[in-house]
Design a protein around this ligand. Structure first.
Ligand code: C2E
Ligand code: MG
Ligand code: MG
Ligand code: MG
Length: 275
């Protein structure tokens, strides 16, 4: 009996694997046309400072699929990474970010884009990036590139060279999902990094989980000691915001201030709270 159950389970597992592989292949095949047909959208999520004032936006990709509905980047970015299509898609996001900066009259605002490993590894990443920024006419200092720890651990020499070239032109670099990767902290002293983004998974429960609290506190202290800007991702409640402010976090991003949206929505104003 149990042997049969096991066999059934394997059968279903195999079926769902095949389904996933098929879905992957279909999405991969559809991406190129999707970009031409403007099915990809860039959404913008506000970031604010301790007084709730807007400091900029993070650009976040969406795929508005005609049959499947809205597809999350967590689903299609890994596929685009593997196929190499991310290079074209990522460059398109950069151009959209530059357009967005042209539309925003406030020159103090910064737009952050997520750069993937495959993009950063292309030989002409620096040249194609600077060409796009230059032709858009926006100051490179209004652009921030979010990269992950693991990207800084591969091909270290080339990576440093690229980051330095772009940083010299004014682009700043943030380490996204900080604290979740396998990496040495040495990159913080060897690479032109200006911003640390505390991963949402630590922010979620830090008010009730002592370990998360300790991690958040440590990241903020380290950022301060290294003279880096520190951003908390996934801030959803006023209580989280108040405590993070007390802990001297610089910037905040999360549903409390606004979800990613197709337009440059002003951040939700913080209600005056009794402390
Ligand atoms: P990420 O860069 O860490 O982006 C933050 C994610 O957290 C976004 O998910 C955002 O919508 C979500 N988020 C923000 N505030 C809150 C909050 O208060 N609560 C909760 N529960 N979630 C919040 P999203 O937009 O689904 O993007 C997922 C990931 O996909 C991004 O993580 C990023 O790694 C990747 N991604 C998105 N756009 C691009 C892109 O243009 N290029 C590349 N290479 N990757 C991208
Ligand atoms: Mg990001
Ligand atoms: Mg993140
Ligand atoms: Mg993330």
């Amino acid at each position: 009996h149990s042997k049969e159950q096991g066999r059934n389970r394997w059968y279903f597992f195999e079926q769902s694997m095949q389904h996933r592989i098929l879905l992957r292949q279909q999405l991969e095949a559809e991406m190129q046309t999707a970009l031409q047909q403007q099915q990809f959208k860039v959404y913008f999520q506000p970031k604010v400072d301790g007084s709730g004032k807007l400091t900029g936006y993070e650009a976040l990709l969406r795929w508005q699929h005609p049959e499947r509905g809205m597809i999350s980047p967590d689903e299609f970015i890994p596929i685009a990474e593997q196929s190499g299509f991310i290079i074209e898609l990522g460059h398109w996001v950069l151009m959209r970010a530059c357009q967005a900066l042209q539309q925003l009259s406030d020159s103090s605002l910064v737009i952050a884009i997520n750069v993937s490993k495959r993009q950063l590894q292309t030989d002409d990443f620096v040249e194609s990036t600077l060409a796009a920024v230059l032709s858009s006419g926006v100051p490179a200092s209004q652009l921030e590139f979010e990269i992950t720890e693991s990207m800084l651990m591969t091909d270290v020499e080339h990576t440093r060279d690229k980051l330095e070239k772009l940083h010299r032109q004014g682009i700043s670099f943030a380490v996204d999902d900080f604290g979740t990767g396998y990496s040495s902290l040495a990159f913080l002293k060897n690479l032109p990094i200006q911003v640390l983004k505390i991963d949402r998974s630590f922010v979620r429960d830090f008010l009730v989980d002592q370990k998360d609290y300790a991690i958040v506190d440590t990241i903020i202290s380290m950022a301060k000691a290294l003279n880096l800007t520190v951003v908390a991702e996934g801030v959803e409640t006023v209580e989280q915001f108040n405590m993070l402010s007390q802990m001297r976090c610089d910037l905040f991003q999360g549903y409390l201030f606004g979800r990613p949206a197709a337009d440059f929505a002003a951040p939700t104003l913080l209600q005056a709270t009794e402390n």
